[in-house]
Design a protein around this ligand. Structure first.
Ligand code: ASP
Ligand code: MG
Length: 409
């Protein structure tokens, strides 16, 4: 019987300096002793990618995306080569590769390329020779062999795509936390680590601002049912499994509470209440690539309404300029912005079958006199906008209300 492969991905914080790279080498060796075949995927050291992008902008504020890819793909080459050297020093055979060398072929959309196929022949050859294969994450090549990158956080995608292509038994994502918790333990000290979570839940959490893994990579994992184990590179503790179905008891309706403080609200007053106006406003905003999250339109009394919507804080100045332009165009009133907001969200697949979760969330907030400014829901989440300084308290209250510290994870 052929031995099964494990793919291990180490994120930027796990390879941030030489000590940590040595630590990663030791960990890989401890696995090898158990008779495993290992393919390692690494991110760039620490904040290297951000630093490289900054460097580019100093030279040219509008660099070509092809050249951006040439530049930022180097970060992962540095960490993969250094990790190979760390393993050699310890007497182990290892070999590092770029995306091109291991046949990661993508489409041509630089800085956000999609993987089209992976030719795993070279990796399999090297594994057969007993080597530890190390792959630079985040990169591939297009048909012309120009280097492409897979979007920020793309090393996760490299790891998951390789795990699928190699039919690996598991894809381990090593990071600086012990797994996925019912809430951020810095906000809720009694938050509980989940033994498992579903692809759908983690996708929802990622889109609600939890920075666990690249959302695209989870979509791929879900599509091909690649089991993921999120765990810490600094401890041996078991982390959290991401799977299609958890074994959790039915009463665990909610699995997590998340908080995002990176939102802003824009309000346009006295918007004419007639067909086509919303299309005009949001059409213009989405044309500029700005994502609108929640939208609230008040009831019209005298033929005009107030319209509020939320966006990422980083898009605020651009969005406000657009909103002012449209407001003038459509004869609406004043445009104002509010950055003093936070979004609190609860996530759980159990919500699909249990009614009354929303009411429970609202009641918990009402009991503590926390005002809800906006609400939005999906089939597995409920989000409320509250004042920024009340965001953390809101998370704690909801966590307590639903007894998440007692979750049968
Ligand atoms: N180094 C890349 C980034 O920072 C890819 C990754 O870390 O996964 O986005
Ligand atoms: Mg990174």
């Amino acid at each position: 019987m052929s031995r099964r492969i494990t793919v291990q991905k180490f994120g930027g914080s796990s390879v941030a300096n030489t000590d940590r790279i040595n630590n990663v080498a030791e960990r890989i060796i401890s696995y090898l002793k158990k008779g495993e075949e290992i393919v390692v995927v690494v991110s760039a050291m620490g904040d290297t990618t951000d630093e490289l992008i900054e460097l580019a902008k100093k030279i040219n504020p509008h660099p070509l995306e092809r050249e951006i890819d040439m530049l930022i793909s180097t970060g992962e080459q540095i960490s993969s080569a250094l990790l190979a050297m760390a393993l050699h020093k310890r007497g182990y055979e290892a070999i590092s590769f770029t995306g091109l060398q291991v046949g990661i072929i993508t489409d041509g959309s630089h800085t956000r390329a999609k993987i089209i196929k992976i030719n795993t022949r070279r990796i399999r050859e090297e594994l057969k020779k007993g080597k530890i294969v190390i792959v630079a994450g985040f990169q591939g090549v297009n048909r012309k062999k120009d280097i492409t990158t897979l979007g920020r956080g793309g090393s996760d995608l490299t790891a998951i795509a390789l795990a699928y292509a190699l039919d690996a038994k598991i894809c381990e994502i090593y990071t600086d936390v012990n797994g996925i918790y019912t809430a951020d333990p810095r906000i809720v000290p009694e938050a509980k680590k989940l033994k498992s979570i579903t692809y759908d839940e983690i996708l929802e959490m990622a889109s609600l601002g939890a920075q666990v893994m690249q959302a695209r990579s989870i979509e791929v994992a879900k599509k091909f049912n690649v089991p993921i184990h999120v765990r810490s590179s600094f401890s041996n503790e078991e982390g959290t499994m991401i799977v299609s179905k958890t074994k959790r008891l039915e009463e665990a309706v909610i699995t997590g509470v998340t908080l995002s403080k990176n939102e802003a609200k824009i309000t346009i007053r006295d918007v004419p209440d007639r067909p086509g106006i919303a299309a005009k406003i949001f059409g213009k905003i989405s044309d500029e690539g700005i994502n609108v999250d929640m939208i609230v339109q008040n009831v019209s009394k005298i033929g005009t309404t107030d319209l509020s919507f939320t966006i990422a804080n980083s898009d605020l100045s651009k969005a406000i300029k657009l909103a002012r332009e449209v407001s003038k165009d459509i004869n609406a009133g004043e445009v104002s912005a509010d950055e003093d907001i936070a979004r609190v969200s609860v996530v759980g697949v159990g919500m699909r079958t249990y009614p009354g979760i929303a009411a429970g969330v609202f009641k918990a907030l009402a009991e503590k006199k926390i005002n809800i400014e906006m609400i939005s829901t999906s089939d597995i989440s409920i989000s409320c906008i509250v004042k920024k300084n009340l965001g953390e308290e809101a998370v704690r209250i909801i966590h307590k209300k639903f007894k998440l510290h007692k979750i049968n994870s």
